[in-house]
Ligand binder design. Structure first.
Ligand code: DNO
Length: 358
């Protein structure tokens, strides 16, 4: 297992020097943020970013994300050229020693929360999801600004894009994903790159848009359709865990045993029951007892089933007066990293070696 930390490049207020000082930190998870979605990443720019990390004593073996252009998700005729560009990026990342690409296949919106700075009992603040507030939103009618929303669209462009998705149902989206991944696999094999799809966050359809990587059935189907070891997942505990029907301990063990967990986003969330039964959760500190997810059980299932990939602490709260990028400040993620490393050390020292190691 390699502990990593997300770094948003030179503009990130969390510096490489501070990341380096977190115990057991092996590398950063980053991206080239200035290249427009759909264009290929050139080797020089990749090597420049890698040198920044390496000069600070950190590796750059995981990229999050190489975003997938909407034309690919829509399955339009423009997709083939864009897929070629994606393949060029894979080849260049492979040349630079990158091992894993985290991406998602969510139409239009990435992760969605209703609040950026929900105040918790201990005075810290964190991201929250309130189904009441989400139900009141309509991206077709309102100009909205939420974390995870692509802000590069005007309201009109967004409305036009949403109209195009009216003819893409979950089945069509799935076929478009299979087409995309199938085209990538040869380049992945040649370049030593593994694709790790990030699950839908939250794991259900939003605003009428289909979402397909939300549960065990969806992931199983994807693995069957493109049955290659390079086709794997980012096991994001907080995303999949928002649906209480997802048995994360089981999924972690099952997919690790298949060798398909290439990357883990570890975080905890806390469900707060509402009188009308609607969903409300906020993100919580990483340890098991601070939230509703069995973080220890998930790590143990990964360990016992031979997981030897990359992990990073996912979203942290704002604590100790920090007002960081929502979910991505320094302090609480650093605490998370150390907690996760501590649990892993205990697993290594108390349980027989994980299957891959012997
Ligand atoms: C949020 C992240 C996601 C993730 C993408 C991967 O904090 O986990 O934005 O990076 O879905 O493409």
């Amino acid at each position: 297992m390699k502990m990593t930390f997300r770094w948003y490049g030179e503009k990130d207020p969390v510096t490489l020097e501070t990341i380096r000082q977190i115990p057991k930190m092996s590398g950063v998870v980053t991206a080239l943020y200035s290249i427009p979605v759909g264009e290929s990443w050139d080797l020089d720019s990749i090597l420049k970013q890698k040198k920044l990390a390496n000069d600070a004593g950190l590796e750059m073996e995981v990229i999050e994300s190489v975003p997938v252009h909407e034309e690919i998700k829509l399955g339009s005729p423009a997709r083939d050229k864009l897929i070629d560009n994606y393949i060029t990026t894979i080849r260049n990342l492979g040349r630079a020693g990158v091992k894993v690409i985290c991406y998602n296949f969510m139409p239009v919106f990435d992760w969605v929360r209703s609040e950026l700075a929900y105040k918790t009992a201990d005075g810290s603040n964190c991201l929250a999801y309130d189904q009441h507030m989400i139900d009141a939103l309509d991206p077709r009618k309102q100009s909205l600004s939420l974390p995870g929303w692509d802000e590069s669209y005007t309201r009109e462009q967004l409305a036009a894009l949403l109209r195009r998705y009216e003819s893409v149902d979950a089945e069509q989206l799935f076929q478009n994903m299979v087409y995309f991944l199938t085209a990538l696999m040869p380049a992945c094999k040649e370049s030593g790159i593994k694709m790790a799809v990030h699950p839908d966050d939250p794991p259900w359809s939003l605003f009428g848009l289909p979402r397909i990587i939300s549960n065990e059935a969806g992931i199983d189907r994807l693995f069957r359709a493109v049955d290659e070891p390079e086709n794997g997942i980012t096991l994001c505990t907080g995303s999949l865990g928002a649906d209480r029907n997802n048995d994360l301990v089981k999924m972690a063990g099952k997919y690790a045993a298949m060798g398909r967990v290439h990357f883990v986003h570890a975080r905890n969330i806390k469900f707060i029951p509402q009188d009308d039964g609607k969903l409300f959760f906020h993100e919580s500190p990483h340890p098991t007892e601070c939230g509703s997810l069995d973080v220890y059980g998930i790590l143990r299932a990964l360990y016992e089933n031979g997981f030897d990939g990359y992990i990073r602490p996912d979203h942290g709260r704002n604590i100790w007066g920090e007002s960081g990028k929502p979910g991505y400040g320094l302090y609480d993620r650093a605490l998370g990293a150390v907690y996760l490393s501590g649990v892993w050390e205990a697993l290594e020292k108390t349980l027989p070696g994980n299957k891959k190691e012997g």
